[in-house]
Design a protein around this ligand. Structure first.
Ligand SMILES: NC(=O)c1ccc[n+]([C@@H]2O[C@H](COP(=O)([O-])OP(=O)(O)OC[C@H]3O[C@@H](n4cnc5c(N)ncnc54)[C@H](OP(=O)(O)O)[C@@H]3O)[C@@H](O)[C@H]2O)c1
Length: 484
């Protein structure tokens, strides 16, 4: 076992976390250091909001949704019919994955693996044709029945088993499936920063990741850990109860930390958990049980953990528990903690399928409406292959699926720039339009709103400018739930 302190590892640690322990971030030194060490200030590659599947990502709404999600820190799996079109239209991004599938056929078995939700922007293609009978529009390609209705059936065929098998969880790191490069996200943070000689590593195996190394109590040391660089944007885990780990350990007691402050050396919130040697176990770490800790001392006067703003995660094996007490299950030497997944778990469901439907879906069957006052899609529903009728049938199938969903029925969509206040309504009466950009921002907001579940709503733009921080939770609460 090495027992010489290593300057090289100490500097690597500082470089990875862009910090000086006990001093803080290198940010004030940026102007001096940037020209000398440009890599030092490279932003971390992981954006921590989870993986969202966007169906119909090469469509005009789909593209706006992909762009919005990538900008908000999500990884995106785009499901498209045409890879070349996707590569041409979607922004190059290491967190954008492209999967080719046609919704009129069964979808690939693993299309949802590792994801937290789906935003479905698929729609039967309608295009102008001056030679077509009034209104001069025609359906191209598969029929509305095949795209809207069969498409929903194929989506639910994958979504029901996948989402039902993991109720109300949000995979933060799921090493059973490909994830962002480990080395960009997690770095070793061992007692080398305090003069110790312990050394840990974290690497990917086939369907898991392994935290391993050697912990030594030489030079007053005695801990190894892996910590994420600060996540940008920070994770919002409101609505969840805690963190769930799926791990196979070595019988020792480990600590898990969360930080709700971007400062390097601020208060961390810790919880200890025991592992069972060589056995896979599921460990639940409720947020209410995390204790504030500052440099291994409890900090009772610290503010409570802000779960709406989690900047970093850390796993640690330490000789110490808290306030100088010894870890009763610690033994110096090699350690092994294999990790399958780190997820948030909770008791409030979040939408798993966000369906872009359409205003007007119930109107073809409303006898009392004056057709001349209705949009073309309503007036010519029959000529357009029953487009709205099949969209409504798809909605009904989703409402009966048992999955948490949100159905959004936009009025006419435009490619104008966004920034308008949106109005939500129910009863299928709204007329007007909204931009795909505003719709995309709204759809992305729904991902984190338990209040959005089991609701169907129409949406239209108003002529007001949008509020900077619209309170969607309050506005959704004013709408009726589909569930009595
Ligand atoms: N346009 C409006 O004014 C309006 C109003 C209310 C509601 N809506 C609804 O809002 C949604 C988005 O509208 P949009 O105007 O942005 O649509 P869009 O540009 O026509 O995009 C539709 C998407 O669906 C995909 N798609 C069609 N058939 C498919 C199939 N068999 N398999 C896989 N993907 C398929 C298309 O793929 P390709 O890219 O390969 O063609 C495209 O990506 C649609 O559901 C639409 O009905 C639209």
């Amino acid at each position: 076992m090495a027992n010489n302190w290593e300057l090289g590892r100490f500097l690597d640690t500082l470089r990875f976390f862009q910090t000086l322990p006990f001093v803080g971030t290198l940010e004030p030194l940026r102007p001096v250091l940037l020209p000398l060490l440009p890599d030092l200030f490279k932003p971390p590659a992981y954006r921590g909001s989870g993986l969202v599947v966007v169906m119909g990502a090469t469509g005009r709404t789909g593209q706006a949704v992909v762009k919005t999600l990538l900008g908000q820190g999500y990884a995106v799996r785009s499901v498209v019919r045409d890879r070349a079109k996707a590569e041409r239209l979607l922004p190059p991004d290491p967190f954008l994955e492209i999967v080719v599938a046609d919704v009129t056929q069964p979808l690939p078995a693993d299309v949802l693996q590792g994801s937290r939700a789906v935003i479905n922007c698929v729609g039967a293609k309608v295009q102008p044709n001056p030679n077509a009978p009034p209104p001069g529009l025609e359906i191209v390609g598969a029929s509305p029945e095949a795209v809207e209705f069969e498409g929903m059936r194929h989506l639910l065929e994958r979504a029901q088993p996948y989402f039902q098998s993991q109720p109300n969880t949000y995979p933060l790191f799921d090493y059973r499936y490909p994830t962002p490069p480990l080395k960009e996200v997690w770095g070793a943070l061992d007692d080398v920063v305090m003069g110790g000689v312990s050394a840990s590593q974290f690497y990917l195996k086939d369907h898991s990741a392994l935290f391993t190394g050697v912990v030594s109590t030489a030079n007053s040391g005695g801990f190894v850990s892996i910590r994420t660089r600060n996540l940008t944007p920070p994770l919002n885990l409101q609505g969840y109860t805690g963190i769930q780990l799926r791990v196979r350990g070595d019988g020792q007691r480990y600590k898990f930390f969360l930080r709700s402050d971007p400062a390097w050396d601020g208060v961390g919130y810790a919880i200890s958990f025991d592992t069972v040697a060589d056995q896979w176990i599921t460990v639940e770490l409720p947020f209410s049980h995390f204790i504030p800790v500052f440099r291994a001392r409890t900090a009772p006067s610290a503010p409570p953990l802000n779960v709406g703003q989690i900047y970093s995660l850390q796993l640690m094996l330490s000789k110490f528990e808290y306030d100088g007490a010894l870890n009763p299950r610690f033994r110096p030497g090699t350690l092994s903690l294999e990790i399958e997944s780190i997820q948030a778990y909770g008791n409030l469901p979040l939408p798993r399928i966000i369906q872009v439907s359409s205003a007007g879906v119930t109107r073809p069957q409303q006898a009392n409406l004056d057709p001349k006052e209705q949009p073309l899609a309503v007036q010519y529903n029959k000529e357009l292959g029953g487009l709205l009728t099949w969209k409504l049938a798809a909605e009904n199938m989703l409402r009966q699926s048992g999955l948490p969903y949100t159905i959004v029925r936009p009025c006419g969509l435009t490619d104008q720039s966004g920034g308008r206040e949106l109005r939500l309504d129910q009863g299928d009466r709204l007329m007007g339009s909204l931009s795909r950009e505003d719709l995309a921002a709204f759809l992305a907001s729904l991902l984190n709103l338990p209040m959005a579940c089991y609701r169907t709503m129409e949406v239209v733009a108003t002529d007001q400018a949008a509020e900077a921080y619209p309170n969607w939770a309050v506005r959704l609460a004013q709408l009726a739930s589909d569930r009595p």
